[in-house]
Every structure is written in C-alpha cells, then in structure tokens.
Design a protein around this ligand. Structure first.
Ligand code: KMH
Ligand code: ZN
Length: 271
C-alpha cells in the first residue's frame, strides 16, 4: 500500500474560538498550528484564513501573508487553499488564493445544504470556471465531494476538459452523506482508475473515517475544520494532537505516513 497522506484542515471557515479556543485566526496562530501539524506528520495543510477577529476571508493578501508564514516555518509542506471559502461568498472572492499559484486548491463539485438555512452554492458554471482557472494556473484540484453525484459530475467535467486526470478526491462525510464504511466504499468504487482519495469525517466520524482510509488504502484529513474534539467531550489542544492520533493509528495498523515529498509523488505534483 502506498504511504498515508495526512491533511490537516487547521481552521476552516465556520468554527470559532467559542467552539474551541485553540482555533487559529491570526497569521501567527495559523503559522504555528500549521507548523505543529506538519511536525506531527501532516504533509498537506488545507487552508482557510480569517481576519484577526475570526471572520472568514478569502482576501488574497491575507492568504499570501498566511502562506508566507507557513512556508517560513515549514518550507516543504504542501499548502492547499480553499476555494470554498464560507457560505455566501462570491466566486470572485473565493478564487483569490488560486491567483497566488498554490500547488493545490479545493474544487467543490456541487451545491449542498450546510446546516440551518445555509446553502453552499456551487453552480455548474462556477465549477467549470474554477476548473478552467486551475488548469490555466497549473493548480491541482482536490475535488471536494459531499455526495456521490459530485463524483459523477467531476468525471463528466474531466471528459469535457475542465479537470485534468489523474484526479484527487476528498470525500467529506457526515454533512450530506453518512460517514459509513459502506458509503465510503461506494464512493471509492465509483472513481476512475488512477484516482487518489482522502476522507474527511466530520465531528465524531473523523477518527473512524481516518481508520477506514488507513486500511482501505486512501488518505486521511483531520483538523479543527471538521472536528474540535480529541475524544468524546474533550476539546483538542491543537491540530497537531489530532494528526498525532492518526499517526498512532496508522503505526498500529502498519501503514507508513508520507512525507511532503512522498505526498507530491503520490499526487503527481512537481517535486
Ligand atoms: N466552508 C465551506 C462552505 C472547501 O474548503 O473547499 C466550504 C469548504 C470547502 O470548506
Ligand atoms: Zn475547507
């Protein structure tokens, strides 16, 4: 089995210090969380950024400041900005970090309910446009899948030239689709040959889904964006603590953890 790529989704756009006081907001806090997660074994940082007051932003200058801070602390980690941003942002706002030419960025492949009255909107034209811009800028998409139809749409858009293969998918389970091994297997078996995949189990599903990825040959995402607890009722002290737990589980199950250089090779990124 190839080595396990661990992605740390260190802050997201929705969780706040009220949910867990360790959620990073400032450039320095984001840098420190990324560095500790990297040292614990994460090779990819899935990045959202915040203003100092915690409000989510896709501002290009703020992304640059955070990416520079992360690179200063851990030059070889793969930085994967979000183009999902927060619910309600415009496409122009959301695309800003792609202008910085990161190695990867997320590409959300469909619209979904996002709690309460919130809808995370990704129209067909949005997805095609984001895909086109990522091809132009040579940015590898991490295709964010919340539902099986999003896999089908990504395959269709690959055939139409909006997404390059081999494709890399992130299954976010526990939002729209259930976080079960049955549903994860259904998604994995729906992928084209040569694809790679990561799973992000939301909330209490984070570690069980990481274990499923470890034994199924996929990759795992953990971090405050998806879950703020290290165990039931106990807040995690850091993203690194969540990464360390996945590393321990991988070690126990005999799966080696990838370095950033090994993750680049697995994902077909430039060395
Ligand atoms: N914050 C969500 C609305 C992504 O990073 O691409 C979107 C999200 C997905 O987190
Ligand atoms: Zn995200």
């Amino acid at each position: 089995m190839e080595k396990l790529i661990i992605t740390a989704a260190i802050c997201g756009a929705e969780v706040t210090k009220e949910n867990n006081p360790n959620i990073p907001y400032t450039v320095e806090e984001i840098g420190k969380e990324a560095e500790a997660a990297y040292k614990a074994g994460a090779s990819i940082i899935h990045l959202h950024v915040r203003n100092d007051d915690g409000t989510p932003t896709q501002d290009k200058a703020r992304f640059k400041a955070c990416m520079d801070e992360i690179r200063k602390r851990c030059p070889d980690v793969i930085i994967q900005p979000s183009t999902g941003g927060a619910v309600g942002m415009s496409d122009e706002e959301r695309l800003q970090p792609v202008e910085l030419g990161p190695e990867m960025a997320t590409l959300d492949c469909g619209t979904l309910n996002f709690g309460g009255d919130e809808i995370f909107v990704n129209t067909e034209n949005t997805i095609k446009n984001f895909g086109k811009v990522m091809i132009e800028k040579d940015v590898k998409p991490e295709i964010e899948v919340f539902d099986k139809g999003m896999v089908d749409l990504a395959i269709r858009y690959h055939k139409q030239g909006f997404i390059k293969a081999p494709m890399h998918f992130d299954f976010v389970l526990g939002v729209q689709m259930n976080a079960t091994v049955r549903d994860l297997a259904f998604l994995v078996h729906s992928l084209p040959e040569g694809s790679t995949w990561t799973v992000s189990g939301v909330g209490r599903h984070e570690m069980p889904m990481a274990v499923a990825a470890i034994i199924m040959g996929g990759h795992a995402r953990v971090g405050f964006e998806d879950n703020v607890y290290i165990e039931k009722g106990v807040l995690a002290e850091s993203n690194a603590q969540l990464v360390e737990k996945v590393v321990r589980l991988a070690n126990e199950l005999g799966r080696e953890v990838a370095t950033p250089a090994e993750a680049r090779e697995i994902l077909g990124l430039k060395p």
